[in-house]
Design a protein around this ligand. Structure first.
Ligand code: ADP
Length: 415
């Protein structure tokens, strides 16, 4: 089956076409046929398209909304000019898989999208006001364009964490608030944590039950996950993606009394504080320079910028703290796995996070650490490190495509 995978943000649309099927999954022989991204939907959009084996095509054109953007993508996909293997018409796309950020307690698995599922995703908007409406735009657009004949599937960022026990997901606030408003931790980046745990199993030959790892997804958004016996038992993001690690522009963990204090001191509204903590904090807030880790590392190295160094140090310190906490919670782990733009590409950050954990038997080793970046996968701990360390480039799109096939064919949806 050819699956169109869609990941819609508020003004962006990322897509991939992946050829896969139940037997193909067994053989791990899925093929990516094309990929692309449309940014700045709503104005002069920037379009990047690439069929497998062909060079990148860049275009710019005004695109009014997600429907127009998807229309543009699909016209390119079926055009003679794109030359995508095996795709000549709309009939050659067999299903659409959507990334959906928040599934709350309603969606603990990927599901075929029906009117009822759409209502459910709409109900979750309250919990993810920035993300779910954008994901829904992609779903509405694809339903309109493809019609009812082509099944669509929703894959949720939160689902993988639905196995967390109450001790991990409940906040220590009055229990009625959980009952009344479903205020609890949900966790995000689930598809990424799940993917790297799956790859770890492939690389090591371990079964799901034997999979005891800590995964660190370090990108613009960052989260850690404690995976015990193959299931998420704790994760650092909470009711929203704001909690946990230091991120590009998000603060992560924070004393909640700061909100009241800040509003009192600066006369800011809670809405403004929410923006401050989500968009102006993290690496950007501490450094005062940028949310981009690469640029911060350059500033630190070339200009010895004090606040760039401080931002990086706080970032690494917080990640280390979570590793310690999760090792304690899990009763030890066999491996630490790095993924996401920073985790996959920065040997320095990996080394700085692990520094000082040698006593635990967790040590990055050279030259493996320094040589693993740019999409490479591998083990980077010293030979005698008790806890292995892996770098595994994430591939959420592949999981979305596979879940789509499984849902459409009514096959079990777990690895
Ligand atoms: P997103 O969460 O938006 O998908 P990515 O996973 O692509 O983002 O991660 C983006 C982050 O990865 C940025 O902070 C970027 O600077 C960082 N990054 C990418 N390459 C490197 C590198 N070589 N060294 C350090 N950081 C890097």
């Amino acid at each position: 089956m050819n699956i169109l995978v869609l990941n819609c943000g508020s003004s962006s649309l990322k897509f991939q076409i992946i050829e896969t099927d139940l037997e193909v999954i067994e053989q791990n022989a899925d093929r990516q046929l094309a990929k692309g991204v449309i940014e700045r939907i709503g104005s002069e959009a920037l379009i990047t398209l690439q069929a497998n084996g062909s060079s990148v095509v860049k275009q710019a054109t005004p695109l009014r909304d997600h429907r127009a953007a998807l229309d543009y993508v699909v016209r390119w996909i079926i055009s003679a000019e794109s030359k995508i293997d095996g795709i000549q018409s709309l009939n050659d796309i067999h299903a659409v898989g959507h990334r959906v950020v928040h599934g709350a307690e309603k969606f603990t698995m990927s599901v075929v999208i029906t009117d009822e599922v759409i209502e459910g995703i709409e109900d979750c908007i309250e919990l993810a006001p920035l993300h779910n409406p954008a994901n829904l735009k992609g779903i509405y657009a694809a339903r309109e364009l493809f019609g009812p004949g082509i099944p669509q599937v929703a894959v949720f960022d939160t689902s993988f964490h639905s196995t967390m026990p109450e001790t991990s997901y409940l906040y220590a606030i009055p229990y009625q608030l959980y009952r009344r408003h479903k205020i609890r931790r949900y966790g995000f980046h689930g598809t990424s944590h799940r993917y790297v745990a799956y790859r770890y199993r492939q690389l090591t030959g371990k079964s799901r039950e034997e999979t005891n790892v800590i995964t660190l997804h370090l990108g613009n958004g960052c989260s850690a996950c404690a995976i015990k016996n193959g299931e998420s038992m704790d994760t650092s993001m909470g009711m929203t993606p704001l909690e946990g690690l230091v991120m590009g522009t998000r603060c992560g963990d924070l004393d909640p009394s700061i909100l009241e204090y800040l509003s009192h001191k600066e006369g800011t509204s809670f809405g403004e504080i929410d923006t401050l903590l989500n968009k102006q904090s993290g690496l950007l807030g501490i450094s005062g320079l940028t949310n981009d880790m690469r640029d911060l590392l350059d500033e630190e190295r070339e200009h010895q910028d004090r606040r760039a160094k401080l931002a990086i140090d706080i970032f690494c310190h917080r990640a280390k703290k979570y590793i310690g906490a999760y090792l304690a919670e899990m009763g030890g782990a066999d491996a630490l796995i790095f993924t996401g733009g920073i985790g996959e590409n920065s040997p320095t950050i990996r080394q700085r996070i692990c520094a000082g954990l040698e006593w635990l038997g967790l040590t990055t080793g050279e030259p493996h650490n320094a040589q693993t970046f740019g999409g490479r996968e591998g083990e980077i701990a010293t030979a005698d490190s008790r806890i292995k360390i892996f770098v595994i480039p994430t591939n959420e799109e592949l999981l979305i495509a596979r879940d789509t096939v499984r849902c459409v064919k009514n096959a079990p949806r777990r690895w």
